[in-house]
Design a protein around this ligand. Structure first.
Ligand code: ADP
Ligand code: ZN
Length: 728
């Protein structure tokens, strides 16, 4: 069955490899073990039941709460020539009857149902006469009363499952706390060993934050960097959405608004136009996004600060589901923080208030992060990011920010925490430090402490930013219920002066490069435009969204490899037999015409002809790009030409090389690095000695040791040389 799954992956879906964890999940299901799959949005959950659905004999039922998503999947499956259908009240009588007949005649492999439909007596009856092999429950967190989205109908799905004791059950969700997970497993009789939790990291999302100072201009310039691409702009309020939409429309952008204040006809219409690429940008409140799984959203812009990481993560998660690069930018203004704090203050329930404050602080930790943005993001999901440098966030690709030595203020703060008994939150500590005569200070006689009124060098905001960094770096723990701060062992070291504390003071966010990122093998843009236009024509004619015909990645690969034969077309990502039969000839003609006109030859596609080779799965998109950059460099391309080719900064190329040598690899011609530096031999020797003395983990100590005479650009370059030499 396993090899069958691989064949389906290749021949039907046209994909070359399973993604991380898909393989294990699918094996487990094919092995008839009830399975729970926790995967982020865009992680590839659908394939986990679609492939068993195709492989199993008999019918697979997919329970999903959203009609639009079911229909979208059915359309896509039918495009792949997989017999799938949906039964729901929105179908016309004749369509409904047609689907019923097809099910009865066992012509359907995947049947999509809303939970309430699945539980109707007549449907249960119908299904009893089918050979039900598998029951997939999407958005499975809806089963749990502990979840944020509990649906009573989901709880009753037991009745469906009991009816089909021989069917294997797979539950899938993108959000589930440990408690909800336990609940799902218990309800659906899933063993712990059949629980698969994928990383929440979405490596293809470029995450960046810039200070919000002229939001409209910032937004406009960001959008201008993504011409002809689909994107979502999130605003806090409906009014904000309407105003921004109007401005962007005036400036000639293809935008439509979306918020709960619009009637449902308009909302559906706008959403549909977005999905079909009739309009490129949706300006929306958080009401937008649930019902779409458009895979080719290339950017998400947060015009206002989200209230918590959960929401932020969900919203940026709508970008880049197809695995191609996508860019997420947050405009971060302290004014927004104030607004959210104001909302929180209005809450009547103290417990809720504390929770909301905690969530806001976590969000701020991300917005103000000076190191990898993925660290606070993943920490929210209880995950530790595996790399110190993700190479795909603003902080990791731009090392120009300088931290300052804040040991003394940190000591003041920590010592004040200590003297007040490790019970109070940051805002009280700051009051004490800044000599406030607030009632709480006086009541507790904290005005008598030695740390009273010793911190006027900083504003309250600056102290707050410092406090957050102390928490983030693990010097303080924040107690969940009351927000009280407690010292950790790390704090003791700083207090005793054993370890210095470096951080950014308040203004942490430097302007982002905005650089729109390149994809691994960028295709010929002119050909892509031609292919896209035809895809749109075909899609409109077939009443389909364009991505249901071919994905962006597929078009990009076509415009990179210029396939001339059916055989080479089959090697392109996303081209399986059904798509080849349907659209192959058409696209081959377009490509060959373009190639003739421009005198272009087909490029040998090194992807294995047999897409069935078992996945190494870790070869994520960004890894493959990294490998490509390194290999081009090894073959003699210069850093600046690589930067141009990949449309990134020189620094990003250097980052890729640095990670490569850090993994213990060697650079083929290390002297090339020295030649590219602007330094003379004496300077190089001094710099290398400084690396040996201060280690290469951080550049600042080396920079200081060289009396600030050697710039960071040069140090980045030399560091790669230095580490590469270590690998001998
Ligand atoms: P989720 O339901 O987890 O949000 P989807 O199932 O919609 O994610 O998958 C997201 C995108 O990734 C889809 O466009 C899908 O075709 C693509 N995809 C899934 N698995 C693979 C794979 N193994 N190789 C290539 N693309 C994949
Ligand atoms: Zn990072």
């Amino acid at each position: 069955m396993l090899s069958q799954a691989n064949t389906v992956l290749k021949d039907v879906f046209g994909f070359e490899a399973f993604r991380e964890s898909q393989q294990g999940i699918i094996n487990n299901v094919l092995d008839h073990q009830n399975t729970l799959a926790i995967m982020p949005t865009g992680g590839g959950k659908s394939l986990c039941y679609q492939i068993p659905g195709v492989v199993f004999e008999g019918l697979s039922i997919v329970i999903s709460p959203l009609i639009s998503l079911m229909q979208d999947q059915v359309r896509q499956l039918n495009e792949l020539a997989i017999p799938a259908c949906v039964l729901n009240s929105s179908l016309s009588d004749s369509d409904y009857q047609e689907n019923l007949d097809a099910i009865k005649q066992q012509q359907i492999k995947l049947l999509f149902l809303a939970p309430e439909t699945a539980l109707q007596a007549n449907i249960l009856e119908l299904l009893t006469n089918c050979n039900v092999a598998c029951i997939a429950i999407d958005e499975a967190h809806c089963i749990s009363e502990w979840g944020h989205d509990f649906r009573p109908e989901y709880r009753q799905l037991n009745r469906l499952i009991e009816r089909f004791p021989n069917a294997v059950c797979i539950a899938l969700t993108a959000t589930a706390t440990p408690r909800v997970r336990e609940d799902i497993k218990q309800q659906l009789n899933i063993k712990d060993s059949s629980e698969y939790i994928s990383s929440f990291d979405r490596p293809n999302l470029f995450i960046s934050v810039i200070p919000k100072d002229n939001p409209y201009l910032q937004c406009k310039s960001f959008v201008e960097q993504h011409p002809q691409q689909s994107g979502i702009i999130y605003c806090q309020s409906r009014k904000g959405v309407d105003e921004l939409t109007a401005k962007l429309q005036q400036d000639g952008f293809s935008v439509l608004p979306y918020h709960a204040g619009l009637n449902s006809i308009k909302r559906n219409d706008y959403q549909e136009r977005f999905i079909r690429d009739d309009v490129h940008i949706i300006v929306a409140t958080i009401a937008f996004g649930m019902g779409i799984n458009k895979p080719d959203v290339r950017f998400v812009l947060h015009y206002d600060l989200p209230q918590n990481i959960e929401g932020y993560y969900q919203q940026i998660g709508r970008a880049g589901r197809d695995g191609l690069d996508a860019e997420c930018l947050l405009l971060f203004g302290y004014g927004d923080t104030g607004k959210i704090r104001f909302f929180i203050e209005q809450m009547s329930n103290e417990q809720e208030q504390r929770l909301a404050n905690m969530h806001l602080n976590q969000m701020l930790a991300l917005a103000e992060a000076e190191d990898c943005r993925r660290t606070p993001l993943l920490a929210y999901f209880g995950e530790k990011s595996t790399k110190e440098n993700c190479a795909n966030c603003d902080n990791c690709t731009n090392e120009s920010k300088e931290k300052s030595d804040l040991t003394v203020p940190a000591q003041k703060f920590l010592s004040c925490v200590h003297r007040t008994g490790q019970r109070f939150g940051a805002s009280h500590i700051i009051d004490v430090l800044r000599g406030s005569s607030a009632e709480k200070v006086l009541q507790n006689q904290h005005n008598l402490l030695s740390t009273y009124n010793i911190g006027n060098e900083f504003t309250k905001k600056q102290w707050m930013a410092l406090a957050r960094q102390l928490i983030q770096k693990g010097l303080l723990n924040q107690e969940e219920q009351f927000g009280g701060l407690k010292l950790t062992q790390k704090a003791a070291d700083v207090l005793k002066g054993k370890v210095p504390f470096f951080a950014l003071l308040q203004q942490p966010v430097a302007a982002s490069s905005h650089a729109s990122k390149a994809i691994a093998n960028p295709g010929d843009q002119k050909l892509i435009a031609i292919l896209k236009a035809d895809r749109k024509r075909l899609a409109d004619a077939a009443n389909l969204p364009p991505y249901a015909i071919f994905s962006d990645r597929t078009l990009n690969e076509m415009a990179y490899y210029f396939p001339h034969s059916q055989e080479s077309l089959l090697r392109i990502h996303g081209v399986g037999q059904a798509k080849l039969d349907k659209y192959g000839q058409h696209f081959l003609e377009l490509i060959s015409e373009f190639c003739q006109k421009n005198d272009i030859q087909e490029v040998a596609n090194t992807q294995t002809a047999s897409k069935t080779t078992v996945s190494k799965s870790s070869a994520t998109h960004s890894n493959s790009r990294s490998a490509e950059i390194v290999s081009a460099y090894q073959q003699g391309q210069s850093i600046s030409s690589l930067a141009t080719q990949f449309k990134v900064k020189d620094g990003t190329i250097l980052n890729h090389l640095y990670r490569y040598v850090q993994d213990g690899h060697k650079i083929a011609k290390p002297n090339q690095l020295l030649e590219q530096s602007a330094l003379n031999q004496g300077e190089i020797d001094l710099a290398l000695a400084a690396f040996a003395e201060h280690s290469h983990e951080r550049l600042k100590p080396v920079y200081d040791a060289l009396n600030e005479q050697v710039g960071y650009d040069q140090l980045h370059l030399l560091r790669i040389y230095y580490v590469s030499q270590l690998a001998e």
